[in-house]
Write a protein that binds this ligand. Structure first.
Ligand SMILES: Cc1cc2nc3c(=O)[nH]c(=O)nc-3n(C[C@H](O)[C@H](O)[C@H](O)COP(=O)(O)OP(=O)(O)OC[C@H]3O[C@@H](n4cnc5c(N)ncnc54)[C@H](O)[C@@H]3O)c2cc1C
Length: 368
């Protein structure tokens, strides 16, 4: 039997969920297929037996400067204020991340200078154009090389745009106007996002292509290379292995939710998360013990474990070849972080999905 709908949305993450919501709200017939046992994609969270809420696929700090996106997400969840503050474990101490100006003045001297001048051609030079070399080596080099598994000198300078040096010691990771976490968690938020839209979970569309039919459009938010059976080659991703440790007799083990671990001599993990910090304090304080998660970066081959697109020109060229093939298909749109082989923050993924949904509705000139 073939199951059909006007719009078949493959993937129930923020991209698929937002597009499905918009199409359903416009009166269209939509069906979502999701290969995992849960909806919500990578922002999903779950409860540890202790009651501590864990972000299943790594910590997700919601932030946006956009009124439109903030209003949109607040339709589906109430958020409590949460402004992520991170530390980096350096020389046996938790130091601010991004690096504080006061730390550089204390350890290097009042008249410190960035170690690189000119136009950076790689990530190391871009980082050194912000800070002295010893600071780069303690805070940035080890972290980035764990993250990407290659020398920092072989990485793109654009990656350094994701951090800065805080001359004013501002400790918050981000300065966006709206920052928070859903009070009832991301799983609840994403279930509400797609409320009323029919969903089939535990169903891999690519393994069941002939069982489903999109009468108007297929919206595919899974990996683009997998969609084409990898026939031009595989796009490289980095992912994380997560090792959890529950400490029943300790209320809190670290000063904040995330402590980075750049020094390879201090273990292979890239960072340690303590989830209680990411819960409303009134709930967190009632919970016995604490849960730590250490993340160790890997290069996954299982597409369900893909996290960060590898930032180099070879992969961009391969993605571009797949993108052109996708563009030639009629009635198919491939999008989202996996479909566009691109890192999107959550607010960016939602904004992009809202734009794509508008485009679908305009192009089809449909009243559904
Ligand atoms: C480790 C990590 C930490 C992050 N932290 C932050 C953060 O702090 N703040 C922030 O703003 N953003 C963060 N992000 C980004 C955030 O995760 C993304 O913006 C978001 O997940 C994008 O949603 P998506 O729907 O495009 O992709 P996904 O969430 O991956 O959804 C795709 C869905 O498609 C399904 N699927 C794939 N193939 C098939 C198939 N063949 N059949 C059926 N279903 C299929 C998948 O199972 C998945 O559910 C982080 C990302 C990572 C990797």
């Amino acid at each position: 039997m073939v199951l059909s709908a006007d719009y078949l949305v493959v993937g129930s993450g923020l991209t698929g969920g937002t597009i499905a919501r918009c199409l359903q709200d416009a009166g269209c017939e939509v069906l979502i297929l999701e290969r995992r046992s849960h909806v919500g994609g990578n922002v999903h969270d779950h409860a540890h037996p202790s009651g501590i809420r864990v972000h299943t696929y790594g910590p997700h700090y919601f932030r946006t400067g956009s009124e439109r996106i903030w209003e949109f997400v607040n339709r589906f969840a109430s958020f409590f204020p949460y402004e992520a503050v991170l530390k980096t474990w350096v020389d046996g101490h938790n130091e601010n991340w991004p690096v504080a100006g006061s730390y550089i003045r204390r350890t290097i001297g009042e008249s410190w200078q960035p170690a690189f001048q000119g136009a950076p051609t790689n990530f190391e030079e871009a980082s050194l154009s912000m800070m002295p070399r010893p600071i780069y080596e303690k805070f940035v080099k080890g972290y980035s090389e764990k993250q990407w598994g290659v020398s920092a000198r072989s990485l793109s300078p654009t990656l350094a745009r994701r951090f800065d040096v805080r001359l004013d010691d501002e400790p918050r990771l981000m300065r966006h106007k709206y920052q928070g976490l859903p009070i009832e968690g991301y799983a609840d938020f994403t279930r509400n996002l797609i409320q009323g839209v029919p969903v089939v979970t535990g169903c891999d569309y690519l393994k069941n292509r002939t069982a489903f039919r999109a009468r108007k459009q297929l919206i595919f938010t899974g990996p683009i290379d997998e969609f084409f059976d990898y026939d031009l080659g595989r796009l490289v991703y980095r992912g994380q292995q997560r090792v959890h440790e529950y400490l029943p007799d300790i209320a809190y083990a670290q000063p904040c939710g995330q402590v980075n671990n750049p020094d390879p001599a201090n273990g292979p993990h890239i960072r340690t998360l303590e989830w209680k910090h990411m819960m409303p304090h009134t709930f967190a304080h009632q919970i016995r013990g604490t849960l730590l998660t250490r993340e160790i970066t890997t290069t996954p081959t299982d597409s369900d474990r893909y996290e960060y697109p590898f930032p180099d020109s070879a992969n961009q060229a391969l993605y571009e070849a797949y993108r052109q093939r996708a563009a030639a298909l009629s009635g198919v749109m491939i999008c989202g972080r996996l479909g566009e082989y691109r890192y999107y923050d959550m607010d960016q993924a939602i904004a992009r999905a809202l734009t794509l949904a508008e485009r679908v509705l305009e192009e089809q000139q449909t009243t559904c």
